[in-house]
Each structure stands twice: as structure tokens, then as C-alpha cells.
Design a protein around this ligand. Structure first.
Ligand code: AMP
Ligand code: MG
Length: 477
């Protein structure tokens, strides 16, 4: 019996109707080599007992999952790319394959693909994903989840035996198909497309669907109130996501409106990077020539995107009320940033002022000294309780600098969370688990040159140990 009793599928998105998607046919691949299966999330969706062959049948050949879509749906959307509106977007190399319920808390989850073949939205591109791109997405999602970021999960990665031409990778390069598990694929760009096409009734329809499916507590009786309550909620959720990226030292790289999920779950990982040390100008994508999406500009980029979402509700709600909703973003960002920093340090909250001061002092320390970013969080996990451990750290010289003193003073009075385990094996090491660009390349190199997956697998094991130390896999979203 391959499906556990807790397995529960859905076709919820189909109810939106044919204006929102196109039914498509998956590509047929010459090979199906299973490179990664997310057994943790398979268990949370009732799919843990599939054999590897059954897994490949569903996530490489795309045989429908029982109870979900009979055929995949390529989703329609538009979006602003680097601030220029593009009405030719849409799922060009992916589709919504299935919907399932999270067996923990019943949330609706999408199984969406990347690299599963051409669709009406491919615009002459091949509809494929490179193997390196697939590996990079697995590494990003595993790392972010471990660092406490609300992210989509990589569910499956299958190498597909094709040779692809890419301008940004030595070519021909190997191919793959990724399945991602995501709490909705409704993007800001999904709403923008309807505004562009002047489909006001569909804006209301999508709004109502999104509220009832993903945030029923924000339901209000009038159309205008619903739009405002929804925008409020999306602002809060997106602020939280942005705050978590900042606290994780993460640069997403491509903050276009089609890459922003309205549930506030981070997703679609292309040219992402993690900071080696604090640098607001640190930019991930080589094609981001002006640094529009640089580390320190991410909150602004997110707010700009939320303005574009607000515009979609101008046919429904008053401008002044929409503007008032948008004003909630900034305070939410500050609040969530302090919360994310505290969580990364494993500390209990004290008061909004003290929490914010702690975060600010840590940030000033990281900014002025350029101390290794992740090492600092590793060394001070648990606060002053870890002073002895921090003294033995390769970063200890930074902690005798004058610039460290304000952060040290701010730590006084903060207690570790009761559930954290400071004696976890992860903290017995000298260095934290990191995912700097050279480490990503070091995972890829043996795969590319010798088909040697050991570095990839040991990196995943390292992340797993960190996640266990931080309790990240036990946190229910
Ligand atoms: P992304 O940069 O991955 O967010 O993609 C932006 C847009 O380009 C989306 O509409 C994608 O579906 C499309 N796209 C990206 N790569 C490909 C590809 N290889 N084949 C077809 N469409 C693609
Ligand atoms: Mg995208």
C-alpha cells in the first residue's frame, strides 16, 4: 500500500476555472535517475512508503497522484521583472502537478515542477532545468528550512539524461526535473495579470479563493474589506519572510513580482547566495547590474512588489485604505526581524524594545567588523551561556574588539529558550554549517566531473545536523 492513511489529495486549484491555467503534457525524458527525495516531507504528505520506482513514476513520468489532477496545470501569471512589466510570463517550464494536505496541520500544499517540459508560456525556451540548477535549489531550500526561513521545500530531484545549452553554464550541461512542495503558487503576478487584462471579476474570484484556501481568518463580508484584510495579511507575511532572509544572511537574487508567493513562503531559487560577512551591497545575480536586489535592498524590493499587489485592488477598494495597509509593512518588518534574530540566537523574547536593541546591536557589530556572518550566530547561540564556547571560536578576536561590547551588553538578561540543546553535537564543532558560493561549487564539481554525489550527500547530512540542533524540523508553520 504505497499511500499512508493520512494521504489526502485535492484538486482545489481547478475550481478557479480555465481562465487561470492551461492543461499541459509533461516532457518525456530519456532517463530517470533519482538524485534526491525528501523523505521528511514525504512523510508529512503520506508519500513516505513509495518505492523509488513508484516515486520516479509520479515525479519523473508525472503519472497522476490519486485524487489530484488528471493532467497538470501550467499556471498563468504576469509580473514585473527588474521593474519592467512582462505580460509574457507564466509557467514556462513547470506546472502544478498535484495538491495534497499537510498531515500535520491540514495546510494545502502544491506539488509544482521545474524543468518538466514546454508549455504555452515557454517563449521558445526549452522548458528544462539544468542539473546544477536543480542541485542549487535543493541546497537552498534545505539550508533555509534549517535556518528557520519559511520556504518552499524541494521534494524530488530526478536527473533526466538530456543535454542542455545554457549561456551561463559550460554546455552542453546535464538536465533534471525538480518537484517543489509549496504552500500555494499564487504570486503577486497572478493578480497583476488579471488587472492588466481588466478582468475585475476574476480579481475578486482569485481574492476569495486565496482567502478561503490559505487565510480563512481574514474573511470579511464586503468585497472592499476583504481586499484590505488580504493586503494586510500579505504585507505581514511578506515582511516576515524578508526579515527571515535578512537574519539568515540570504540574498534571493530575483525579487520579481512573479517570484513572490502571496502566502509569504519564499520560493524559486535561481542565482541565490548567502553572505560571507555583512554587506548590504552584496548581490547574487550576475545579471543584476545595478544591485536592485542586493542584500540590503531586499526589504525595499518586497515593499515595491506589495505596492504592485495593492494596485490590483484599486477596482475594488479605496486607494487611501490600500495605502494604509501598505504602511503596516515596515513596522512588521522590524518586529519580525527582531523575532528572527532572537530565534537564530535561541533566545527568549523580553520586550519589543529590548529585542529590537539586541538585533540592532548585533547588526552594528556585523556591519562594522565584517565578522563571519554565520559563525557569529553559531558562537552566540544561547547568548552569554555560550561565552566559553565563543572564546574558543576562530572568530574570538572579533569578540575582544570594542565594537563587540554593545552587543555583549545587550545580551545581558536574555535567557536561552528552554527547548534548545546547547550540548547538541553540532555545537561541539568549531565552525557552523555554511553554504557560501565556493561550497556550492565544491558540491557540483565532483558531480560534474566524476558523477560523484558524496559531497552533495554529506552537505545534506551536515544541514540535517544543524536543523536538528536548531529544532527547525519540528517547528510547525
Ligand atoms: P524564473 O527566472 O525562473 O522565475 O523564470 C521567469 C520566467 O521564465 C517564467 O515564466 C519561467 O517559466 C520562464 N522560464 C525560465 N526558464 C525557462 C526555460 N528553460 N524554458 C521555458 N521557460 C523558462
Ligand atoms: Mg520564477
Amino acid at each position: 500500500m504505497p499511500f499512508s492513511p493520512a494521504y489526502r489529495a485535492s484538486t482545489s486549484h481547478q475550481a478557479l476555472g480555465a481562465d487561470f491555467y492551461d492543461i499541459v503534457t509533461p516532457a518525456r525524458f530519456p532517463a530517470h535517475l533519482l538524485r534526491y527525495r525528501n523523505q521528511r516531507w514525504a512523510a508529512r504528505t503520506g508519500l513516505e512508503s513509495l518505492t523509488d520506482d513508484e516515486w520516479a513514476k509520479h515525479f519523473g513520468h508525472f503519472e497522476p497522484l490519486p485524487g489530484s489532477f488528471r493532467e497538470p496545470l501550467a499556471l498563468r501569471y504576469h509580473g514585473h521583472q527588474f521593474r519592467t512589466y512582462n505580460p509574457d510570463l507564466g509557467d514556462g517550464r513547470g506546472f502544478l502537478f498535484a495538491q495534497l494536505h499537510d498531515t500535520w496541520n491540514d495546510r494545502l500544499l502544491d506539488l509544482g515542477t521545474k524543468g518538466s517540459g514546454q508549455t504555452p508560456w515557454s517563449r521558445h525556451a526549452d522548458g528544462r532545468l539544468t542539473l546544477k540548477g536543480g542541485i542549487r535549489e535543493v541546497l537552498a531550500t534545505e539550508m533555509l528550512e534549517a535556518l528557520g526561513v519559511n520556504t518552499s521545500k524541494s521534494f524530488s530531484l530526478i536527473e533526466t539524461g538530456e543535454e542542455l545549452e545554457r549561456s551561463d553554464e559550460p554546455s552542453p550541461t546535464r538536465s533534471s526535473v525538480l518537484v517543489r512542495l509549496s504552500h500555494s503558487h499564487i504570486r503577486i503576478g497572478t493578480f497583476q495579470r488579471l488587472l492588466y487584462l481588466d478582468e475585475t471579476r476574476n480579481i475578486s474570484k482569485l481574492l476569495d479563493y486565496t482567502i478561503t484556501t490559505y487565510m480563512p481568518e481574514t474573511w470579511c463580508d464586503s468585497d472592499a474589506d476583504r481586499a484590505i484584510a488580504f493586503l494586510d495579511e500579505v504585507c505581514r507575511r511578506v515582511a516576515r519572510m524578508g526579515a527571515q532572509w535578512m537574519a539568515a544572511g540570504f540574498v534571493h537574487g530575483v525579487l520579481n513580482t512573479d517570484n513572490i508567493n502571496v502566502t509569504g513562503e519564499s520560493f524559486d531559487y535561481g542565482p541565490w547566495r548567502f553572505l560571507p560577512s555583512y554587506d548590504p551591497a552584496f548581490t547574487a545575480a550576475y545579471f543584476d547590474e545595478t544591485g536592485l536586489y542586493a542584500f540590503g535592498r531586499q526589504p525595499d524590493a518586497l515593499l515595491w512588489n506589495l505596492f504592485r499587489l495593492a494596485e490590483c485592488f484599486l477596482p475594488i477598494a479605496e486607494q487611501s485604505r490600500l495605502e494604509a495597509s501598505l504602511a503596516a509593512f515596515e513596522p512588521a518588518l522590524h518586529r519580525e526581524f527582531a523575532a528572527a534574530i532572537l530565534r537564530r540566537l535561541g533566545l527568549r523574547t523580553r520586550s519589543p524594545e529590548l529585542d529590537a536593541a539586541l538585533a540592532r546591536n548585533l547588526w552594528t557589530f556585523l556591519h562594522s567588523t565584517k565578522a563571519p556572518f554565520e559563525q557569529t550566530f553559531f558562537d552566540w547561540f544561547g547568548g552569554l551561556r555560550s561565552s566559553e564556547r565563543a572564546r574558543r571560536s576562530p572568530s574570538s578576536p572579533y569578540y575582544s574588539e570594542a565594537a563587540f561590547q554593545p552587543f555583549r551588553s545587550a545580551l545581558e538578561g536574555f535567557e536561552p529558550l528552554t527547548e534548545i540543546a546547547l550540548d547538541h553535537a553540532y555545537f561541539a564543532g568549531e565552525r557552523p554549517c555554511t553554504m557560501l558560493i565556493e561550497e556550492v561549487e565544491a558540491v557540483w564539481e565532483p558531480v560534474a566531473n566524476r558523477d560523484d554525489w558524496s559531497a552533495f550527500n554529506s552537505k545534506l547530512a551536515e544541514i540535517e545536523l544543524m536543523a536538528e540542533a536548531y529544532g527547525s524540523h519540528d517547528t510547525r508553520p
